[in-house]
Design a protein around this ligand. Structure first.
Ligand code: TRP
Length: 455
């Protein structure tokens, strides 16, 4: 085990807490907002199948790699990579994993805070009955008016970022652990309630189920594969060291593979359950399943507005989304906070405020992309928000993922590897095969296609 260079002495109080925190990171807007609309746009069942394959063959091995390297290094991702590279006699180039991760974290957090702010605003709007009996046209208008108002959008983004920073500032056990301890069980409870509501009241539950699980191969395309893989990274918080940072606080002596599998199952079930909440509502109200990013902010309010109890359940739904976003955003902030704190010798509270303020500032650009900066675009039509989203999700995360898979499986010092996976020797061979070959090749293929499509 690596012990020099003052490893962190902060720990999750149990393996369960680590699982809740990592699941909290994984379960977020990606599951509730992004997954259903991507599934809707990409023909349901086919997309879901490809997504599940990507999760198993690419997502799980990389998740395992991040946890085991984080736990071996016990530092922030940048220092961890530096340490593991020297221990493995590998080039210091591999620190780039940590650096790219911190940058990707900023970029994601900047737009994540904006969308999370929208969801928070919708808690109030739904609770006060703004959507009761609303028509489709009126719902789009409400949404479009809201996002074109910079003051409201930035106001909510600011509230969201303040919550994120104040949790992170309190540290791993007081801040992160206490948050996930309560929010995660509550989130599952809310979700199960909403699935029940959808099943009992819509009369279209089976239609939703069949949309999600019976593949319509006609709609299978290269595009769905690319999107499904990007989603597999995003939803699992992979490729940027977020899970590595959390792994640094994981107690030794528990199985990495078992823990990773639990996180993967939780994350995937939340995505599938969100689909089971949303699609029956969509079909029951004759709405469009391929509505895109507006599915959650336009389509759902219409559906809730038509349903008995929709005001209450709609409010609960947006509360759920907000909780899920909070537990994810704290993990986006964590790697950079841990690094800045150590590097500049700042207290956690100061480091969190500094990093949070910068992320908020960058986020203003994303907030403005829907109003005052709407027409400020690159030649290819991307506004600031699109640049942040595309570069982080389609470039930095996949490249980070490839590097993490390659380093951990080919280069990492074998003694360290065996020590970390000593509870998992039965799976070592399978994991090595997936992490050395299957995952990097898979990601590279999809990555190449994405980049070619841009040129
Ligand atoms: N996984 C989160 C979601 O599904 C988003 C997220 C949190 C994330 N931390 C991350 C994505 C780190 C990439 C990297 O909403």
């Amino acid at each position: 085990m690596v012990t020099q260079s003052s490893p962190t002495n902060v720990m999750w109080s149990s393996r369960l807490m680590f699982i809740l925190a990592a699941a909290g990171s994984a379960v977020g807007l990606g599951n509730i907002w992004r997954f259903p609309y991507l599934a809707g746009e990409n023909g349901g069942g086919v997309f879901v199948l490809v997504y599940l394959a990507c999760i198993a063959l690419i997502g799980l091995p990389i998740l395992i790699a991040e946890i085991l390297m984080g736990r071996a290094g016990r530092q922030n991702p940048i220092t961890t990579m530096k340490l593991l590279a020297s221990e493995s006699n590998a080039s210091q180039f591999w620190q780039v994993i940590g650096w790219m991760g911190a940058i990707a974290g900023f970029m994601i957090l900047s737009f994540y805070g904006v969308i999370a702010g929208w969801a928070m605003a919708y808690v109030g709007d739904t609770a006060t009955g703004d959507f009761v009996g609303i028509s489709g046209a009126a719902a789009s208008q409400v949404f479009n008016q809201f996002i074109s108002d910079p003051v409201r959008v930035i106001g909510w983004q600011t509230v969201f970022m303040l919550i994120t920073v104040s949790i992170t500032a309190r540290g791993v056990s007081q801040g992160l652990e206490n948050t996930v301890r309560y929010l995660m069980p509550l989130l599952f409870l809310l979700l199960v309630t909403l699935v029940g509501y959808s099943a009992l009241t819509t009369g279209h539950f089976l239609e939703g189920l069949s949309f999600m699980f019976s593949p319509d191969w006609e709609r299978f395309s290269g595009e769905s594969v690319i999107t499904a893989m990007g989603q597999a990274f995003f939803t699992r918080s992979l490729g940027m060291g977020a899970i590595m940072a959390y792994g640094a606080y994981m107690p030794s002596g528990s199985s990495v593979v078992g823990t990773a599998t639990t996180i993967a199952v939780l994350d995937t079930s939340v995505a599938l359950m969100s689909g089971l909440v949303i699609f029956p509502l969509v079909f029951a109200n004759g709405l469009e399943s391929a509505a895109g990013p507006g599915l959650m902010f336009i389509t759902l309010p219409i559906a809730f507005g038509q349903m008995a109890g929709g005001q209450i359940f709609g409010t609960l739904f947006f509360v759920l989304v907000t909780f899920a976003a909070v537990t994810s955003s704290i993990s986006l902030l964590e790697p950079a906070v841990a690094w800045v704190g150590e590097r500049l010798k700042l207290s956690r509270a100061k480091a969190a405020s500094l990093v949070g303020a910068i992320a908020w500032l960058v986020g203003l650009g994303s907030a403005a992309s829907f109003n005052v900066w709407k027409d400020v675009t690159l030649p290819n039509g991307w506004n600031f928000f699109d640049v942040m989203d595309q570069i982080s999700n389609n470039v930095l995360l996949p490249v980070g993922g490839i590097l993490i898979a390659l380093f951990s499986s080919w280069l990492l010092n074998k003694t360290i590897l065996q020590e970390q996976l000593k509870e998992d020797t039965a799976y070592l061979g399978l994991w090595l095969w997936l992490a050395r070959i299957v995952a990097p090749l898979g990601v590279m293929m999809v990555f190449a296609v994405t980049v070619l499509a841009w040129l």
